[in-house]
Ligand binder design. Structure first.
Ligand code: ACM
Length: 764
């Protein structure tokens, strides 16, 4: 008997412990959640109980009541005094940090406690989400639960570029509302760039009179040849009064606004207004196309006075501690040509123009620091030596962030591979035009801003993460929403929730309720949950195997298989079926909803060549963020997308040649080799210099059996297909792909290693 009681007790304790990580229908997932029996019926009359003499709590409750007013009328009947069904708010010292809150949902009461109003605000957002996410028809029945929650990172940011395209104050407020709803706290406002200066500066009115307007805008994609323009003038800017309004609006939502004033590069709009601060003094126009421009600020004393005067107005406006000064993508062409710059380099014993950039940034840092502000810059500010007080935003990957942390600096991780929400989010060819790349929800979600093997002291310097929305290809509020939603939810969870509490499938399971919310708010979003995904891998026994899946569990997937001649040889329902691929031919699948095909069917055209499904080893690993479905992506019988290089079939290498050794299993005679490379100069991706193939009978002694120099034209895909000359059958094929190397001066990404993206290695 005793033993049984003990067993039950242990069992109960086990259940309590195991449910700490319970999946609550709130995004971001709270860090500790325990469900209790019963539920709180929100549909009844409710009283709000709080200390009405406390101004801060009263403000929060006012916000809460305002938000409740946005719910459909039938969601709850009324706020009334003295009804037993109640929500209680307490501002009191409990455990946790300044953003901590705890929420107890009981049958008749929801009790919210927090250390600070900030924590209380997040508790309120959780209640609002519970009401939204537990709506079923006319009923809102919130399960009883206990949450103890605080964020994993202090910087949970979203960036918005308003230079390439301008967004109204109303749009900006909507953006901030969405951020706040998902407990994000930092709005990085990219206010100046080559294509438009968007902030009123009273001392320099031409910045907006001239710099806020361009005469026309590039139409279609930058890579399109020839480029075309729309012929329509474009402009817009925010007055200082409007900016104050935004700052106040954000502050009411516990969002800090970080302004970005770009320097020394991305300054064409400013130089169009005041050419005297460039190196040539020549008059130039506000940029009408995207990219990187040679005209940058010249580091003269009068330029520093100009920039300090601008910054002093910016500092007076923005109460937050950070000012972002850009620092990225500043070509050194003008500085190289300028006598003044060359003399400055010499007089200050600088090594080159990179040290001059560092000199520039350090002066600005000294100014900002003297005004009590902290400077942030993109990771290029590491070049030529990091300024002492700088915080680094790592965007060209994570190495800049790691280097800065190693030098003891604070870092925000926002690598293009996982945080650039201007990239495509789907493989669907009908997706609206985007800058390029491929960043599906899963890849945003699975990002961890803390690099592996970082020690605890360094980890603390990673303040958090941020999503960036560059707007070259985002011209409307509608499109902005589409690019944000739902990817910012994934980012919000990465910023808030501890990695061990994150689970992508659980996250996806909550999205339908979020989509209902977006529908009610008339927000445009990308629902890709029912989009088909395929995974082709190499199984030691079965060879090539194919799995079809979606991220919406209840989806029904149908398949069809066609032979090489186009005749259908099989069809059915996928369920949990895995397909073994032995022959060339097409595998088609589609999602069926209510008897109709949903979205586009996906076709996988398998081309079974001599290396397909065999064993492959790579001398150098691809970059972690561009590792496709692993090395087998190179010999799985499938070619990659011709539009998106981030997908499962492409492997991306940086700073290393690609070298693969393929074991064909037996000695085979080979006649030719083919593969493709992605070539997108705007994204710093270049076809390689050379491809060399070696053959071997024993895997020890290799002979060169073919080579090719890729021919680069205007196309994104560069293909090589060339004969192999081997006198004997071979078992081993070594493929050596020599990368492009450093990008030349005057090209986009100059001075950086070009990316190498490699597709299927086809041995015939
Ligand atoms: C950047 O994307 N140029 C920071």
């Amino acid at each position: 008997m005793k033993l049984t009681n003990l067993t039950i007790l242990i069992f109960i304790i086990f259940i309590k412990i195991s449910v700490i990580g319970q999946n609550v229908n709130i995004i971001p997932q709270p860090n500790s959640a325990v469900f209790d029996e019963g539920s709180f019926n929100f549909t009844r009359e409710i009283s709000l109980q709080y200390n009405k003499t406390n101004k801060e709590i009263t403000e929060i409750v006012k916000f809460f009541t305002m938000k409740l007013g946005e719910f459909p009328a039938n969601t709850f009947s009324k706020i009334k005094n003295e009804v037993p069904n109640r929500i209680e708010f307490y501002l009191q010292k409990t455990k946790g940090n300044s953003e901590y809150y705890e929420l107890i949902v009981q049958k008749n009461a929801i009790i919210l406690r927090a250390n600070t109003t900030k924590g209380m605000f997040y508790g309120v957002q959780s209640i609002l989400q519970l009401v939204n996410n537990y709506q079923r028809g006319n009923r809102v029945s919130i399960p009883c639960m206990q949450l103890q929650d605080q964020p994993n990172f202090s910087w949970r940011g979203m960036h918005l570029d308003v230079s390439r395209h301008f967004f109204s104050i109303r749009s900006i407020k909507k953006y901030i509302d969405l951020m706040a709803y998902y407990k994000m706290n930092t709005f990085h406002w990219h206010l100046t760039d080559d294509q438009g200066w968007r902030i009123e500066i009273k001392k320099y009115p031409k910045l907006t009179e001239v710099g806020a307007n361009r005469k026309e805008t590039l139409k279609g994609h930058y890579n399109k040849n020839p480029q075309e323009y729309d012929g329509t003038p474009y402009g817009g800017f925010y007055t200082q009064e409007e900016i104050k309004q935004v700052i106040e609006y954000a502050s009411d939502r516990y969002v800090t606004v970080v302004p970005e004033i770009e320097m020394p590069g991305h300054a064409v709009a400013a130089l169009a207004a005041y050419p005297e601060y460039g190196c040539t003094g020549n008059s130039i126009d506000v940029a009408t196309k995207w990219g990187v421009f040679d005209d940058i600020y010249c580091p003269t004393e009068s330029t520093f006075t100009f920039l300090e005067n601008i910054l002093s107005e910016v500092i007076a406006l923005f109460p937050g501690k950070y000012i972002h000064i850009g620092g990225d993508e500043a070509p050194k062409t003008r500085w190289k040509e300028s006598e003044f710059c060359q003399k400055l380099i010499k007089d200050n014993h600088l090594k080159d123009e990179h040290e001059l950039q560092s000199y520039f940034i350090k002066r600005i840092d000294r100014y900002l620091t003297s005004k009590g502000k902290k400077m942030i810059g993109w990771d290029e500010i590491l070049e030529g030596g990091l300024s002492p007080n700088a915080t680094v935003m790592s965007w060209r990957g994570t190495q800049g962030g790691i280097d800065a942390v190693n030098q003891g600096h604070d870092v925000i991780m926002t690598p293009t591979s996982n945080c650039y929400l201007d990239y495509y989010q789907s493989t669907d060819p009908s997706e609206p035009l985007a800058i390029g790349g491929y960043l599906p929800l899963e890849k945003v979600y699975k990002y961890d801003p803390v690099p592996e093997d970082m020690d605890d002291t360094r980890k603390k310097l990673i303040l958090g993460t941020q999503g960036n929305l560059w707007t070259e290809y985002i011209a409307s509020e509608n499109q902005l929403e589409y690019m944000m939603l739902p990817r910012i939810l994934a980012l919000a969870e990465t910023g808030w929730t501890k990695p061990k509490m994150k689970n992508f499938e659980d996250f996806c399971g909550k999205l339908d309720d979020q989509f209902d919310y977006f529908n009610r708010k008339k927000l445009n979003y990308a629902d890709k949950l029912s989009e088909l995904n395929s995974k082709v891998s190499i199984d030691d026994e079965k060879g090539l195997v194919l799995d079809w899946f979606t991220f919406r569990k209840k989806d029904q997937i149908k398949y069809e298989i066609y032979n090489e001649n186009g005749a259908m040889i099989d069809e059915g329902t996928v369920k949990d079926r895995q397909f073994t691929i032995e022959k060339s031919g097409k595998h088609r699948a589609y999602v069926l909803k209510k008897g109709a095909i949903f979205g586009n069917p996906i076709d996988l055209d398998f081309f079974i060549h001599k290396a397909a499904g065999k064993k492959i080893t790579l001398t150098n690993d691809p970059a972690k963020q561009y590792s496709g479905n692993g090395k087998s992506s190179l010999i799985n019988g499938l070619r990659g997308s011709t539009e998106r290089y981030g997908g499962p079939e492409w492997l991306g290498f940086s700073g290393k040649d690609a070298e693969a050794i393929i074991d064909l299993g037996n000695k085979l005679s080979v006649s030719s080799f083919a593969t493709s490379f992605f070539h997108a100069p705007g994204q710093w991706i270049r076809a390689p210099k050379e491809v060399i193939i070696y053959g071997s009978e024993d895997g020890i002694k290799y002979n060169e059996i073919g080579k090719a120099i890729p021919e680069v034209g205007n196309e994104k895909i560069v293909r090589v297909d060339f004969p192999l000359k081997s006198s004997k059958p071979i078992q081993y094929v070594k493929v050596l792909i020599k990368r492009h190397g450093i990008i030349s001066v005057g090209e986009q990404g100059e001075g950086n290693e070009a990316w190498l993206f490699v597709d299927e290695l086809e041995v015939k």
